[in-house]
Design a protein around this ligand. Structure first.
Ligand code: ZN
Length: 237
């Protein structure tokens, strides 16, 4: 990578949010590298989606393609070993007594950011981008703005760098994130998000709904469906 100020490392899972963040990063930085994590998540289909999304973005957006650099896929199987959650085990998805869904993997996003910073350190990138959002996932404490700001401080002190952590979706809901995608890449981008991204907790892609693929009933599908419906309604009014 060249000038650190032009370089970003982005957490890219292959889901709807991280794909919008990738488009945002490609629009804002000259050199963008992606990082994905394999931790035995039961919707490993996300990891396949990543490759389809790379291909589709390169075809539809030649300008962005020249900004898109190396992809880093990191094995974090340790998360599977130390946690017992519905994201990594074949358990029913339900809410816990603490108000958190049992898809919550404690500290997952903190670990992701630490690994991303280690990669950014080595690649001499100033910027780290993540799709954390306080609006829709307020139950996940490691998606909260204060947690991200505290991580930025801890990473900068602990690695003696001046990283800047960006969370473009932090204060917007799903409908607004669709509108952001439309602003960034028009229908070509929203089509890629509908067709290629994967969000469903159960990893189901058999049924194509108007909001994309998924089981239609898990919390992630419900959120995606309601966000898309609201976005379409706002676009029509
Ligand atoms: Zn689902």
């Amino acid at each position: 990578m060249s000038n650190p100020n032009d370089c970003a490392v982005i957490l890219f899972s292959g889901g709807q949010d991280s794909t919008i963040c990738l488009a945002w990063a490609l629009e804002n930085f000259a050199a963008v590298e992606t990082i994905g994590f394999d931790y035995g998540q039961r919707h490993a289909i996300e990891l396949e989606s990543r490759q389809h999304i790379f291909r589709a973005l390169r075809e539809a957006f030649p300008d962005w393609s020249s900004n898109l650099g190396e992809d880093h896929l990191i094995d974090l199987d340790v998360l599977n070993k130390i946690s017992d959650t519905a994201l990594t085990q074949e358990a029913e998805i339900k809410m816990g007594a603490d108000g958190l869904p049992n898809t919550f993997v404690p500290g997952r996003n903190l670990l992701f950011l630490t690994v991303a910073a280690a990669v950014a350190y080595r690649r001499e990138a100033r910027h780290i981008v993540g799709g954390m959002c306080e609006t829709d996932y307020s139950g996940y404490p490691d998606c909260h703005d204060d947690a991200i700001k505290a991580m930025q401080l801890a990473l900068n002190l602990g690695m003696d760098r001046r990283f800047v952590l960006h969370t473009p979706l932090m204060w917007i809901d799903k409908a607004e994130s669709w509108a952001m995608a439309e602003r960034l890449g028009g229908a070509a981008l929203t089509d890629i998000i509908l067709e290629e991204t994967h969000t469903c907790y159960l990893g189901i892609r058999e049924t194509r709904h108007n909001w994309g693929y998924g089981c239609g009933t898990c919390p992630a599908c419900e959120l995606r469906a309601s966000g898309y419906k609201k976005y379409r309604a706002q676009a029509a009014s």
